[in-house]
Design a protein around this ligand. Structure first.
Ligand SMILES: CC(C)(COP(=O)(O)OP(=O)(O)OC[C@H]1O[C@@H](n2cnc3c(N)ncnc32)[C@H](O)[C@@H]1OP(=O)(O)O)[C@@H](O)C(=O)NCCC(=O)NCCS
Length: 343
């Protein structure tokens, strides 16, 4: 008897982003407020990072709440019903409850039925990682539409006394609906990881180490210190400038697109100087609009690319159907870049 053949899943030939949406927390933190925590100046922060202000979430603006708001906008723009979503991927490093994944609550609140829902931890490359997975799911036939969310409450992991990070991070959520397309709308995702540099950006202590310490309040031992994000700024800066421009070029080449054909360049909003250095390395023509959302939003890690994409479309800096080069990079170290058609 011959072994029976399994019927394989089959999906759409191509995929694209059908809708994008963002949520920006209500509380604006201008540089002037940061100067209450660290010795610095507004001029230094602006010139070294490009940041003028950032948004920090209130207690009510939880990871789930911000995600539901952003996703609602993306779903509306895509013009689909929530129960058509066959997968919910939430990229975050700041959902502080280890299990269950926050994606299941978000999927339930949105009305996504029993769609598979899971979290991924890929820091500032999280949105690109999610996009790569969603593209594969749609084309592989495991889902018709996939919701990709990048969401962070980095204020919960910021040490406001650390001069090298206190001014950088912000909170927010961005979401995209990926679904079938008659023409290619997502180029090959160029993604990777370099674990040899895992210490360059990381949480100061694991939760078990932090909470294993007897609490000084009880009169014994050391005071428990809440873990925060720390980074070797210059190492990250050099890596981003030198290595990420090559990855961005690889994404352009894989998609068969040249820089002058782009309608937008939307890099992860890590630092305005990193963006400027990448523009130079890529020889991006001055006519290509560049996302500079960091000025008002700070670095929101996984949320930064969809937030910046939404802002560019809303302001008319780029339009639906334009080609955009996106690239995310951060803790891991990890990266992901692709050329996409804007929704
Ligand atoms: C964090 C970052 C802005 C710091 O800028 P930098 O130019 O590397 O700053 P350095 O740490 O070398 O410090 C330079 C000087 O500024 C001072 N300085 C550091 N932080 C400061 C602050 N917040 N305000 C004022 N001065 C500061 C330092 O003391 C140092 O002074 P010195 O020259 O007298 O010793 C920069 O390294 C960076 O953006 N890195 C990438 C970070 C990033 O993108 N992270 C996210 C990745 S996803």
């Amino acid at each position: 008897m011959t072994t029976p053949q399994i019927k394989p899943a089959s999906g759409a030939q191509y995929s694209r982003i059908h809708g994008v949406g963002g949520y920006r927390p209500s509380r604006v933190i201008p540089n002037a407020e940061v100067l209450n925590w660290i010795e610095s100046t507004d001029e230094w922060i602006r010139s070294r990072s490009g940041i003028a202000e950032r948004r920090w979430a209130t207690a009510e603006e939880t990871v789930a709440e911000m995600s539901v708001q952003a996703a609602g906008k993306a779903i509306a723009q895509a013009g689909i019903a929530p129960d058509q979503i066959g997968g919910v991927i939430v990229a975050t490093v700041s959902h502080l409850k280890q299990t269950p994944a926050i994606a299941t609550e978000i999927a339930q609140r949105l009305g996504c039925g029993t769609a598979p829902a899971f979290d991924i931890s890929a820091a500032c490359a999280g949105f690109g990682y999610g996009l790569g997975l969603a593209d594969g799911m749609v084309r592989g036939g495991s889902a018709e539409y996939v919701l990709v969310i990048g969401v962070e409450r980095l204020s919960d992991l910021t040490d406001t006394s650390d001069r090298s990070t206190a001014f950088i991070f912000g909170d927010g959520a961005g979401a995209a609906i990926v679904g079938p397309s008659p023409v290619p709308g997502i180029g090959k995702v160029i993604w990777g990881a370099d674990g040899s540099q895992a210490d360059v950006i990381s949480q100061t202590q694991a939760w078990d180490t932090a909470f294993a310490k007897p609490d000084a309040v009880n009169g014994v031992g050391e005071e428990t210190k809440w873990p925060a994000l720390r980074m070797e700024g210059q190492t990250v800066f050099r890596w981003a400038v030198w290595e990420m421009a090559k990855v961005a070029q690889e994404a352009l080449d894989a998609a068969g697109i040249t820089a002058d054909q782009l309608g937008a360049f939307i890099p992860h909003q890590a630092n305005m100087r990193i963006t400027d250095a990448m523009i130079k390395a890529l020889k991006l023509p001055a006519s290509v609009p560049v996302a500079r959302d960091i000025a008002e939003t700070g670095n929101t890690s996984a949320a930064s690319i969809p937030l910046a994409m939404e802002a560019m479309l809303e302001r008319g800096e780029a339009k639906s159907g334009d080609l955009a080069l996106i690239i995310g990079f951060g803790a891991g170290l990890v990266y992901a870049a692709a050329v996409v058609t804007l929704p």
